[in-house]
Ligand binder design. Structure first.
Ligand code: NDP
Length: 449
């Protein structure tokens, strides 16, 4: 759909012509540009200096071969990516995703979102993202280690604590970060905070594991509070059962909610008595098993094959925490029909544009992932600070900083939405607040990069 401003529309049309095959990237750009109309109309410098045309083009894209040897002695080849999108406000920062469907479009959409998310945290971090079409699922620890070492053997040339600091994402948890950190250290003979999400014995931050899920619930709580609502007594659906989903469950439960459904890419479980996050920790973090095995622990629960049906489960709050475009228009309509009060995004871009229109059009509360899942990268920023200072903060210190950051992100999104004539529109507010910080830094730095 055309964007209601000639400059923004021409930036988008140029991009769409150049990268026609990058559908996820174009979807993410369109979503942001649509909300920037009042911003570029209020300040002509953004158009005069072509800030938007510059912000949609990554500063650098690195694509590389990742050869590794499997347990049968066979040589496998995957493709690695690092997109260094924008360094106006700090070193590139963003996760690495290992999943078979990873391609340049997905990494660019994630890197683009990351620019604004990182700006919202108020910490000095630019935007980047990377990954590979390698999927650790079904691989032995030794295979994952050999892959990670090979991946880092190339990535090492492009990252550094003041250049680019990767972290985890789908398929990259503590195990993968550990193997990559070990290889970085071996190759450079330096111990630096070059990756975040590290283990606690070697520079990791307490509460980083929990941060994205906890932060999501702090954000949702702030948004609900501003609208006279809360988690108390509410039934919650959480898609996914990975890092974000598990700790969203823990915090939503602590805040008085009851999590009754969770999923993985094969299917979903429903347990009306409430899903204990510790059982999911055992299944997913310790055993690396499927969510269907939840029935071995709680035989009264129900398992349904196929993951999109989770959005038809009757509940009050939806926390998508799995992957992009997991809520389409039909799923959004099911949420509305069931009387859901809010959809708060834990994953990146889980709602299609059509789904967002249904959610907002029916007056549900809605928070975009770039704001409500920013707790992970914010805590990564806190891990970088601790590494630089050679200090370790307590769990409570980090958690309380995280809560403060999430509440202030909510406040700045709400304030930006209000200022630009869209009160209550947290989606627009997030894009505008994030954009202004980066755009003003780019203006100040001139056309030098
Ligand atoms: P994990 O790999 O830990 O978990 C991903 C979970 O989602 C798994 O349970 C996976 O199931 C499930 N899943 C994947 N695809 C689908 C699908 N199509 N339908 C249903 N379930 C699916 O990843 P994270 O929890 O780290 O990341 C989840 C999301 O949150 C991603 O969008 C990520 O970009 C975003 N995010 C993560 C942050 C972090 O700190 N980790 C920070 C900010 C955002 P299976 O086991 O079958 O693969």
């Amino acid at each position: 759909m055309a964007i209601n401003n000639a400059y923004l529309n021409s930036v988008y049309e140029d991009l769409a012509a150049r990268y026609a095959e990058q559908s996820e990237f174009l979807e993410a750009v369109h979503e942001v540009l649509e909300t920037l109309v009042p911003v570029v109309e209020a300040d002509p410098r953004y158009e005069e200096q072509n800030i938007v045309g510059r912000i949609v083009e990554p500063e650098r894209v690195i694509i590389f071969r990742v050869p590794w040897v499997d347990d049968n002695g066979k040589v496998q080849v995957n493709r690695g990516y690092r997109v260094q999108f924008n360094s106006a406000i700090g070193p590139y920062k963003g996760g690495l995703r290992f999943r078979e469907n990873v391609n340049l479009s997905i990494i660019k959409f994630l890197g683009f979102e990351q620019i604004f998310k990182n700006a919202l945290t108020t910490l000095p971090m630019g935007g980047g993202k990377g990954g590979s079409d390698f999927d650790p699922k079904g691989k032995s620890d030794a295979e994952v280690m050999r892959f990670c070492q090979s991946f880092m053997t190339e990535l090492v040339k492009h990252i550094g604590p003041d250049t680019d600091v990767p972290a985890g994402d789908i398929g990259v948890g503590g195990r993968e970060i550990g193997y990559m950190f070990g290889q970085y250290k071996r190759l450079t003979n330096t111990w630096t905070g070059v990756l975040t999400g590290k283990g606690l014995t070697y520079g990791g931050s307490l509460a980083r594991t929990e941060a994205t899920g906890f932060g999501l619930c702090y954000f949702a709580n702030a948004q609900m509070k501003a609208n006279g609502k809360s988690f108390q007594g509410k039934k919650v659906i959480i898609s996914g059962s990975g890092n974000v989903a598990i700790y969203a469950n823990q915090k939503a439960t602590q805040l008085g909610g009851k999590v009754i459904a969770m999923s993985d890419s094969n299917g979903y479980i429903v347990d009306e008595n409430g899903i204990d996050y510790k059982v999911i920790q055992v299944i997913k973090e310790q055993k690396r098993d499927r969510i269907s095995t939840y029935l071995n622990y709680v035989p009264t629960a129900k398992y349904v094959q196929g993951c999109s049906g989770i959005w038809t489960v009757k509940a009050d709050i939806a926390l998508p925490c799995a992957t992009q475009n997991e809520i389409d228009e039909a799923s959004a309509q099911a949420l509305v029909k069931n009387g859901v009060i809010g959809v708060f995004e834990g994953s990146n871009m889980p709602c299609t544009p059509e789904a967002i229109a249904v959610i907002k059009g029916n007056g549900l509360l809605y928070s975009p992932g770039k704001a409500s899942n920013a707790g992970g990268v914010a805590t990564s920023g806190l891990e970088m600070s601790q590494n630089s200072e050679r200090l370790s903060w307590t769990f409570e210190e980090v958690d309380s900083k995280l809560q403060g950051i999430m509440e202030s992100i909510y406040d700045s999104c709400a304030a930006a939405a209000e200022k630009y004539g869209m009160p209550g529109d947290i989606q627009a507010g997030a894009n505008i607040a994030g954009f202004l910080k980066v755009a003003d830094a780019m203006l100040a730095q001139g056309v030098c990069y």
